[in-house]
Design a protein around this ligand. Structure first.
Ligand code: AMP
Length: 452
């Protein structure tokens, strides 16, 4: 509901509740799928010496991240990735991504998924959820089988692209074909890509439902499905598409649900689709450890001035500034750029290509500031981000949690500053109570060791 009010969430997903099935069935242009998929030669496999005892030393691993981490990610039982009997090629991808040891959610989830169990896993944002499903599902994929074997659903296009990148990086040495398919891109391109032999498909539910209804996305043999950010995927906007996709899949498929929050919608879904699943709960409290949260009381007219002061004072690596509407995003971005802080912006009414480019460039660190709407709140992972500013205070506790979760990724420290107007006061108390957390008044000087 909230998304729709703030900028047409359903709009930017590029689909609604309409039944595309019949429309497309009539459209012969897309419907020439009676032909068998072209036989694609497997990519040449780069030879590796499986018996080389020094293989680990020859990997090109990224520079070690020495920043302080909270026990969200360090409090493990001490497993190593090697403990899970993963293939050498997959281990190479894991280590080359800079993962040295599994995080708690990875430690718990990987063996269960490898055993073929369905799973309902609750873990905080930024604690390694993606690896927790990507690593074991990759291990279970057979590179010689030319059918789709894993389907991964995400609620937004950016998340789909980000997750696909993790899959591609991890499977660098595995020789698999991975396709990302989301709304807002040319359907024709996806159709062409899916006519090849593909083992993993990652995307948003609406587009994938369209493709499945047309017989282009062939998931009748697909035995693994992941729903990341499951709370959003099981909301009324997405649920019909998710269930349609599940209906296409075999009955004994393995279903993995991952989310930071588990509203009641998840309970009934679980009872219907995976009554006997394993349940993992790695969250004892909702708010992120490691993120210091402050508020500043301001009048609406002072907000830009206060923001300018903050940007000058804080030690920012990268920062996201949230507004509650598309217009305010564009306006604010222009204002702070003029004040000497070059800034990107993203909102749901921008074209998809443009959004992708901005997201990519921001991730690469080409700009330090990004102003956006809530389109950007969920799961987005930007390593260097250490400050989040709520220029407009969010309306719900859930949105607040997802917004501030953009900093403090993988247990690192972060800072959240909230601008509170007179009208926001009640909401501030409500959110503090709901999340059982304390948002403190901003001090004259914030100790940099709290967020750098
Ligand atoms: P996620 O919760 O999947 O969005 O992951 C948050 C961040 O933690 C990402 O930047 C990952 O690359 C990183 N990460 C995930 N697992 C590990 C690990 N085992 N070791 C180090 N970094 C990790």
């Amino acid at each position: 509901m909230e998304y729709r009010q703030r900028g047409g969430y359903r709009d930017y997903q590029g689909y609604g509740q309409r039944n595309y099935r019949n429309n497309y069935r009539r459209n012969d242009y897309y419907n020439n799928n009676d032909q068998p998929p072209p036989q694609v030669k497997p990519k040449p496999r780069v030879e590796i010496d499986e018996s080389d005892p020094n293989w680990k030393e020859k990997l090109s691993v990224p520079k070690k991240d020495t920043r302080q981490q909270t026990d969200d990610v360090t409090n493990t039982k001490g497993s190593d990735f090697e403990t899970f009997s993963l293939s050498r090629r997959l281990l190479m991808g894991i280590f080359e991504l800079g993962f040295e040891k599994p995080s708690p959610v990875q430690e718990e989830a990987i063996p269960l998924v490898l055993m073929g169990k369905s799973l309902l896993a609750r873990a905080k944002n930024g604690t390694g959820k993606t690896g927790a499903f990507a690593i074991p599902t990759l291990q279970r994929v057979d590179p010689n089988d030319q059918n789709i074997q894993v389907l991964v659903l995400l609620p937004t296009r950016e998340l789909a692209l980000q997750t696909a990148k993790v899959y591609k990086d991890l499977s660098k040495h595995l020789n698999l074909e991975i396709v990302t398919s989301t709304g807002g891109t040319e359907l024709k391109d996806d159709i062409i890509r899916l006519r090849r032999a593909v083992q993993i498909v990652i995307g948003t539910p609406g587009r994938l439902q369209d493709l499945a209804n047309q017989g282009i996305l062939k998931i009748q043999q697909c035995k693994m499905i992941v729903l990341d950010e499951a709370d959003k995927l099981l909301s009324p906007d997405f649920l019909p598409a998710v269930e349609t996709l599940l209906d296409f899949m075999p009955e004994d498929r393995q279903l993995l649900l991952f989310s930071a929050t588990f509203p009641s919608a998840i309970k009934s879904f679980k009872e219907r689709w995976i009554p006997d699943c394993k349940i993992l709960n790695l969250m004892d409290e909702l708010t992120l450890k490691g993120v210091s949260q402050y508020y500043a009381f301001v009048d609406e007219g002072q907000k830009v001035h206060c923001l300018y002061a903050l940007l000058r004072k804080l030690q920012i690596n990268q920062c996201i500034i949230f507004c509650n509407s598309v217009n305010r995003v564009e306006l604010l971005s222009r204002k702070i750029t003029r004040l000497g802080f070059p800034t990107y912006y993203i909102h749901g009414q921008m074209g998809q290509k443009h959004r992708n480019r901005i997201f990519h460039n921001f991730r690469e660190g080409e700009c330090r500031f990004l102003v956006c709407t809530d389109i950007f709140t969920r799961g987005i992972d930007i390593r260097n981000l250490n400050v989040v500013i709520n220029f407009d205070f969010p309306r719900s506790a859930n949105t607040y949690l997802h917004r501030i979760g953009r900093s403090g990724r993988f247990g690192h420290l972060g800072l959240a500053v909230n601008f509170i107007t007179n009208e926001d006061r009640i909401n501030l108390c409500k959110i503090e109570t709901e999340l059982n957390t304390e948002i403190m008044a901003i001090p004259a000087k914030i100790d940099t060791s709290l967020y750098t």
